[in-house]
Design a protein around this ligand. Structure first.
Ligand code: GDP
Ligand code: MG
Length: 598
């Protein structure tokens, strides 16, 4: 049957171990793309992914493979991101797959996200096919890595494919293993339709386009469908698969992964995690959806032009379709006006969201400094969740404050253990355990405040271990900490959007750094601007931005009106991503100054 010839799988790994390159080789070996079309990391289709050389979005494609048994198999392959900020993409793709190819770098071995992804695959009961990649590297030690996969992960790696995605080694064996070891999907074609939405995107012509895994039944254009959680009903206009370009199909059936369009204009009707059923013959129950993600960090997003508030809301709603881990709700700031408090899984995610809003939706934004969510216990016995530092109650009304901690695991070669521990200690970490992965590497576990992890822990970890350490973490709970809020005053006025919360021990130092930074970042005016940091009413640090009297154009003696206009224009563009706060212009950079610890 057709179903017995389908294989659905995800490719998972630690970042940079070669997932996207393996996908390239599979696309090539199955003649899915022509030689002319082929390019590196073909499935990284976003400009942003190509520029940064990382996968941000999962990508599901169909390829056809003629196996050694003479039969042709349909593979639905999902390439996934490796960075911890995009793990929600991985977990959603795994819920649509029957197997996972676990790629491990032959020179690096098992890393923190290798393990994290294995756990996700196991939670979804997937068959895991280990593959050891980059055997071409001089430092490759495939046999040691094979042993490590067995010892650390606890799966059989005796038949792990030894591959070099770069040189095309091992790809034929991989394709045969996929056929032989990944189970064909199950599901009854005659049963009521159940299709799990695991991704979506907005298309201005076709409306919302959903990526689905059909679990039961069949769907085809003309069918009336219902979204079981939202209750919305539509008629299917098109179904198809990406191969890698969209190809229309007559139907999708139980076991298929493909896309569905139904002229859906209301983006709230069809969220990832919802189940599609048919109106005529509805299923009794929705499929289990996804655990919603809890954002790790929040920041305020404000349009530089206040009149673009509604455009920003629309842009965020559309982006949310394609980024299920994005959360937002309206907030107002005295300094910045109307905007949205937005939740992210980390700073890379925050950066990507801001970039995508600017590129794909033509928004011009100010992003305020990221903050974790604090719990403030007040004297009236209440607990206030504070995701925006300026909303922390008065110090006199607070009994104590708690902050989120993570359980972090850091995999690192022996010789850097000392450096890792020193850093973790500096960042207020509490040692948990240390296990040997093999003779050369250890897994060090710490409890560390999330705020410290988010800010510059990862960069420091990388530089202190010459790039050899990998990090994974999960929230472990809240703990009481000695925290204070620091307010920033510009020209005597408190700028709510610049407030931040910090541990008491670092308060003085951070205040000094920030007032110094702001002095450099904030453009001069024709009057002196004092920059002050305050805890409550007490000023703890101060700098002064000197007055600036000259107009830049006065430097031009030629009086050439053309040059003068150009220069003024350049000045204007330089003002982009700047917000007038009272009498002072505050550039985007100023809001991020808080992140710079030295
Ligand atoms: P991903 O983050 O897991 O998707 O990894 P990519 O596929 O983007 O690859 C990361 C880097 O490793 C790229 O520079 C690839 O060219 C390189 N790479 C991938 N496979 C191999 C391989 O087999 N050998 C070598 N030497 N480099 C590889
Ligand atoms: Mg990739």
């Amino acid at each position: 049957t057709r179903q017995s010839h389908i294989r659905n799988f995800s490719i998972v790994a630690h970042i940079d171990h070669g997932k996207s390159t393996i996908s390239d080789r599979i696309l090539e070996a199955t003649h899915t793309v022509t030689e002319r079309e082929m390019q590196n990391q073909l499935l990284d289709t976003m400009d942003l992914e190509r520029e940064r050389g990382i996968t941000i979005k999962m990508n599901a494609v169909e390829v056809h493979y003629k196996a050694n048994d003479g039969e042709t198999y349909i593979f639905h392959l999902v390439d996934t991101p490796g960075h911890v900020d995009f793990s929600y993409e991985v977990s959603r793709s795994l819920a649509a797959a029957d197997g996972a190819i676990l790629v491990v770098d032959a020179a690096q071995g098992v890393e923190a996200q290798t393990l994290a992804n294995v756990y996700l695959a196991l939670e979804n009961d997937l068959e895991i096919l280990p593959l050891i990649n980059k055997i071409d590297l001089p430092a490759a030690d495939p046999e040691a890595v094979r042993a490590e996969i067995e010892d650390v992960i606890g799966i059989d790696a005796s038949e792990a494919v030894l591959a070099s995605a770069k040189q095309g080694i091992g790809i034929p064996e991989l394709l045969e293993q996929i056929v032989a070891k990944i189970p064909a999907p199950e599901g009854d074609l005659d049963a009521p339709l159940q299709a799990l939405i695991f991704d979506s995107a907005y298309d201005s012509y076709k409306g919302v386009i959903l990526t689905v895994r059909v679990k039961e039944g069949v769907m085809q254009p003309g069918d009336k469908i219902r979204f079981m959680n939202s209750g919305a009903e539509y008629e299917i206009t098109e179904v198809g698969v990406n191969s890698p370009h969209p190809v229309k199909r007559d139907f999708l059936m139980a076991g298929d992964i493909g896309y569905v369009a139904a002229s859906i204009k209301n983006i709230r009707d069809a969220r990832p995690g919802d189940t599609i059923t048919s109106v005529k013959n509805p299923a009794a129950e929705a499929l289990p959806g996804y655990q919603p993600m809890t954002p790790m960090v929040y920041s305020g997003l404000y349009p530089t032009d206040n009149s673009k508030y509604n455009d920003l809301r629309e842009a965020l709603e559309k982006l949310q379709l394609n980024d299920a881990s994005l959360e937002f709700e309206p907030e107002t700031s005295q300094a910045l006006g109307f905007g949205f408090r937005t939740g992210f899984l980390g700073l890379l995610h925050m950066d990507v969201v801001q970039e995508r809003l600017e590129r794909e939706f033509d928004m011009e934004l100010i992003t305020t400094a990221p903050s974790v969510t604090y719990h403030a216990y007040t004297t009236d016995g209440e607990m206030v969740e504070v995701a925006n530092p300026s909303e922390l109650p008065e110090a006199s009304a607070i009994k104590w404050i708690e902050e989120p901690y993570v359980h972090a695991q850091i995999m690192v070669p022996n010789e850097y253990v000392g450096a890792v521990m020193e850093l973790a200690q500096q960042k207020r970490g509490e040692f948990d355990t240390m296990d040997y992965l093999d003779q050369n590497r250890v897994n060090v576990k710490y409890y560390i405040p999330l705020s410290e992890i988010i800010f510059d822990f990862f960069d420091k970890l990388k530089s202190n271990t010459r790039g050899y350490a990998s990090l994974d973490y999960e929230i472990s709970g809240y703990r009481q900490s000695d925290l204070v809020k620091i307010d920033i005053l510009l020209n005597g006025d408190k700028v709510d959007a610049l407030s931040f919360i910090v541990h008491k021990d670092f308060a003085q130092e951070r205040s000094r750094i920030i007032t110094a930074k702001l002095k450099q970042i904030i453009p001069r005016r024709n009057f002196e601007i004092p920059v002050q940091a305050a805890i409550g009413s007490k000023i703890v640090s101060r700098s002064t931005i000197k007055a600036y009297r000259k107009d830049v154009t006065s430097k031009i003696h030629t009086g050439d009106p053309d040059r003068r206009a150009k220069l003024l224009d350049k000045q204007k563009r330089g003002k982009k991503r700047m917000k007038a706060v009272g009498t002072v212009d505050v550039p985007q950079e100023a809001f991020m100054a808080v992140l710079k610890a030295e």
